[in-house]
Design a protein around this ligand. Sequence first.
Ligand code: MG
Ligand code: ZN
Length: 216
Amino acid sequence: MKIRVVENIYDYNKEHAEENRKIFKDNKIMTINILSSPGAGKTSLITETIKKLKNKRIGVIEGDISSTLDAEKLKEYTEEIVQINTGGTCHLNASMVYNALKEMNLENIDILFIENVGNLICPVSFDLGEDYKILLSSVSEGDDKPVKYPKGFAVASLVILNKIDLYDYFVFNREFFLNNVKKLNPSTEIIELSCKSSEGIDSWLDWICKKDISIS
Ligand code: MG
Ligand code: ZN
């Protein structure tokens, strides 16, 4: 008997990512994979987006190591939500997303957010079949994240700096942060916002609508 050896987990993942990409395309769904460290505000960003973008039907896949806490919060705003508990794995892979998609009414979704596990390291390396990877960072995490975790910033189509309402309470060198992001990824867009005060949220909603038109 021949034993099948999967030599490269990234190649293996890639096959599933292509399947997902086809599903998204066939169903005209724009998919955004949100990467960040824990506590940067991924769930808050999704919540504010669903509340404000009323003309789009938004679905969510919630990735967490355990618990359904974030999915419980979002359930109030959308019916199309699936929680993936990775059981300790620190990132989502494409087959987890494929299985989650089976639980969703895809014809009821225009935009799908995938909230990845809070971790700035390995989620970056796993293609989920998404249209865009975005990197969410926040003022309370400090201005050094692009320097310490460059890969996510380098591949992101958009970098969002959240919690700008907290500038007065943290030592955060805005220029240092922005310059390092531009150095890593000269073509990326950067949006500064606060999910709490709503400052800057319109720029984010504009970005989504612009990208959505170019896909559908
Ligand atoms: Mg969350
Ligand atoms: Zn991982």
